[in-house]
Design a protein around this ligand. Structure first.
Ligand code: C5P
Length: 219
C-alpha cells in the first residue's frame, strides 16, 4: 500500500477557537488550543494531502510544505475562508471550537465602567459545519462534538442535523481529554450511527486514528 494515499487530494480543516469582539480590547472566546486540528493537518499532509488549515487564534505550529495556513479571528472570517475554498476540497474536517454567538454591536471605543450591571446582546454566528453539510456537492465531511452529558444521544442528533459522514465525539467527563490537553479520548460515529470507541492517547495518535478511518472509508 502507498505511504502517500492522499496525494492529489485537498483537505480543508478548521481548528482552534474564535474570538468575537466586544470592544477594541475585549472578546468572547474559549479554551480551545488548536492542538487537535493542528495534529489532523499534519497527519493529512503526512499522507500526501494538500491541506488548507483555517486556524483561529492559536500559537500551535503547523509547519509542513503541504499545509497552507490561514489565520483568522472570528467565526465569520472562518466561514468566509471555508466557503472560498470548499468547492475544491475532497475532505473537510471541522475541529474548530466556533463561538455560537457574537456581540451584536461591538463598541468602537473601550467600554467604560459605569453602572452595576452591563448587558451585551449577542447574535448567532453562522454554523459553518451545517452550511457545508447542506451543500449538494460536498466533500467528505467530518465534524466534532464536545459534550458534557448524554453524550451519545447528543452526538447522534448532531451527526444527523449537520449531515456529517463521520462525527468525532469528545466528552468533558473523560479524564485526559479536551481543551489544552495533549491527549484526547474519542468515539467515532458514522452515517449508520455505528460507534467506534478509542482509548485515551496523545492527540498526534488520535489524529492518526481519525485519518486512518477517513482513508478506509473513502479510498
Ligand atoms: O453544535 P456544535 O457547536 O456542538 O457543533 C460542533 C461542530 O460544529 C464542530 O465540528 C464545529 O467545528 C462545528 N461548528 C461550526 N460552526 C459553528 C459552530 C460549530 O462549524 N458556528
Amino acid at each position: 500500500e502507498s505511504q502517500l494515499p492522499l496525494v492529489g487530494k485537498i483537505c480543508l480543516i478548521t481548528a482552534g477557537p474564535t474570538y468575537e469582539a466586544i470592544d477594541p480590547v475585549r472578546f468572547i472566546g474559549n479554551h480551545s488550543s488548536g492542538k487537535m486540528g493542528a495534529a489532523l493537518a499534519m497527519e493529512m499532509a503526512s499522507k500526501g494531502a494538500q491541506v488548507i488549515l483555517i486556524m483561529g487564534p492559536s500559537h500551535v505550529l503547523t509547519d509542513h510544505h503541504l499545509i497552507h495556513r490561514i489565520n483568522v479571528k472570528t467565526a465569520q472570517e472562518m466561514y468566509d475562508h471555508v466557503h472560498e475554498n470548499i468547492n475544491e476540497a475532497d475532505y473537510a474536517i471541522f475541529s474548530a471550537a466556533v463561538a455560537d454567538y457574537k456581540p451584536i454591536n461591538p463598541a468602537d471605543q473601550k467600554i467604560k465602567k459605569k453602572s452595576e450591571t452591563l448587558t451585551i446582546q449577542l447574535v448567532k454566528n453562522p454554523d459553518i459545519l451545517a452550511s457545508v453539510g447542506a451543500m449538494k456537492n460536498r466533500p467528505y465531511l467530518v465534524g466534532f462534538a464536545l459534550e458534557t452529558e448524554n453524550e451519545l444521544e447528543h452526538a447522534f442528533a448532531k451527526a444527523e442535523k449537520k449531515n456529517t459522514d463521520l462525527l468525532v465525539l469528545n466528552s468533558t467527563r473523560d479524564k485526559g481529554a479536551g481543551f489544552g490537553k495533549d491527549t484526547n479520548k474519542i468515539t467515532l460515529i458514522d452515517r449508520n450511527q455505528k460507534t467506534f470507541v478509542f482509548d485515551t492517547k496523545p492527540k498526534t495518535e488520535v489524529a492518526k486514528d481519525i485519518v486512518n478511518e477517513i482513508i478506509k472509508r473513502t479510498l
